[in-house]
Design a protein around this ligand. Structure first.
Ligand code: ACO
Length: 457
């Protein structure tokens, strides 16, 4: 099949949020630490009446309804998540409840887990299925969902929650570029969840940033090598740099790290250009940094400052529009980078998207990371698949604006309740169902055998 990629995207954002400036004063940290230092404005969260299953039920149901899709048209369903409520039973099998009425149980795919990377692994699997001999002509559905909660303390403001569903198939407006992937996988204990009784990760914040930036350098270098080899095969002798991508989006733990990541790629470009003695005009005046090495510069303030300045225009043009959901809702873990994709599509004018290339960096602690790219269809005429995809995301800002604001005290109580009752059975959730948006699935009860019952608002 030709042009395999993403045909439709649906995003589910929780209906409640806490403002980061209020959280700063509640937590007693200096004014600006979360809002300026991390670049976050609001953080979405779920009460105890939503869990990973309800989030994924909601987003799949929304995607199917909004695109008027028949459940029989889906031949594969993959879930990427790191929010486990069961060590054996998958979210995927819970989602099969939505398929029951249609009679379609012939649906391949299952859950994939590794921190924030599972959604990307799921997307790659779905893509491979459509390209393979096993493909039967139907669509694949990829779901990434998580509830990102940290113990109270310095990591808490970098939480979030949500889910993204993507329809994958041929003749897509967002085509996954073939043969252009750079991956880096390595053993690390930067962020992990060894305590099965707790929702919270064990996290070494500084190490997680170092691992993220290291993985970014590695993936970029592999991606660049493959892109240049690809061009060479076509007889084009060209160097790859940030100029080769029209947009670039990242897994976003918090917006500031994404801006630093753009600077990091600029540093990579600068060093690569030095190496082959072809200095890039963008980096004139930065000669003092010629001897910098990637591995010694993760926390080098001078390097960071200089390259943030040199790459500011790239960040503003190619990345900033992708940070809408991240800034307003926080880190959703697996859906984070796909929330950035949805944000980009909703924030950039259609004509500026058509025919362009979007670079994507996906990172999951532990650690697994890939850089890959989408080619956007050149056809943006009314009724085209690109125009439909983009217009289906045009209400994102309104949806973010219409959420309920919750005070820091109440947020803290809700987090305490989640912590105390996590994995309790039997259990009846206490959270308010009336604040959920119409169409939201929620947890009604957990019985003495830990079986979960859901209902739709
Ligand atoms: N005004 C403006 N900026 C401020 C202020 C202020 N009043 N106070 C602090 N800052 C800045 C700091 O200088 C720092 O900026 P810098 O990173 O450019 O140096 C930033 O705000 C954060 O302050 P720190 O003191 O570094 O914050 P802390 O160490 O307490 O926590 C961290 C930050 C490590 C990111 C923490 O929130 C965390 O552990 N989060 C979870 C892990 C994470 O998200 N890792 C990222 C990759 S892995 C993943 O996706 C899970």
């Amino acid at each position: 099949p030709a042009d395999v990629g993403v045909l439709a995207i649906e995003v589910y954002i929780p209906s409640q949020y806490v403002a980061q400036d209020e959280l700063e004063s509640y937590d007693g940290v200096s004014v600006g630490k979360y809002t300026v230092g991390l670049g976050q404005e609001r953080m979405g969260f779920c009460s105890d009446c939503e869990d990973i299953n309800s989030l994924c039920l909601t987003v799949v149901n929304m995607l199917m309804e909004r695109n008027a899709l028949d459940y029989r048209s889906i031949g594969r369903l993959e879930v990427g998540t790191e929010t486990l409520v069961d060590k054996s039973k998958s979210v995927k099998t819970v989602l099969m409840q939505l398929f029951e009425e249609s009679g379609n149980s012939d649906v391949e795919g299952i859950d994939t887990t590794n921190a924030c990377y599972g959604g990307t692994a799921a997307l790659f699997n779905a893509f491979s299925w459509v390209e393979s001999s096993a493909w039967d002509g139907r669509y694949a559905l990829v779901v990434a969902g998580d509830i990102a909660v940290y113990a109270s303390g310095s990591a808490r403001p970098t939480g979030g929650a949500g889910a993204v569903a993507m329809l994958v198939g041929p003749n897509a407006p967002l085509v996954l570029e073939r043969g252009l992937r750079g991956t880096h996988m390595q053993h690390a204990y930067d962020f992990y969840k060894p305590d099965m009784q707790s929702e919270f990760p064990v996290v070494d914040g500084k190490l997680s940033i170092e691992c993220y930036l290291n993985a970014l350098d590695r993936c970029y270098s592999v991606y660049r090598r493959k892109a240049e080899a690809h061009w060479q095969k076509m007889g084009v002798n060209q160097r790859f740099s940030l100029d080769s991508l029209d947009y670039i989006i990242f897994h976003s733990p918090y917006c500031k790290l994404v801006q630093k990541s753009v600077a990091r790629l600029a540093l990579n470009d600068f060093l690569a250009a030095q190496h082959c003695n072809m200095p890039h005009h963008r980096y004139t005046g930065l000669d003092a940094f010629r001897e910098v090495t990637l591995v010694d510069s993760y926390f080098d303030r001078d390097v960071e400052k200089a390259f943030m300045k040199a790459s500011e225009d790239i960040f503003v043009q190619k990345t900033k529009p992708s940070l809408l959901i991240s800034r307003q809702n926080g880190n959703m873990y697996t859906p984070s980078v796909y929330g950035c994709l949805a944000s980009l599509l909703s924030q950039v004018p259609l004509q500026s998207l058509a025919g362009k290339t979007i670079g994507v960096f996906s990172y999951g602690s532990g650690m697994a990371a890939s850089m890959f790219s989408f080619c956007v269809s050149a056809d943006a005429t009314p009724g085209s698949s690109l125009e439909k995809l983009v217009s289906s995301l045009s209400d994102l800002q309104t949806r973010l604006d219409n959420r309920h604001s919750v005070s820091s005290e109440e947020f803290s109580h809700i987090m305490e309740l989640r912590e105390k009752t996590h994995h309790m059975a039997p259990y009846t959730p206490q959270g308010r169902v009336d604040v959920l948006l119409p169409g939201t699935w929620y947890l009604v009860s957990v019985d003495e055998k830990h079986r979960r019952q859901y209902n739709r608002q």
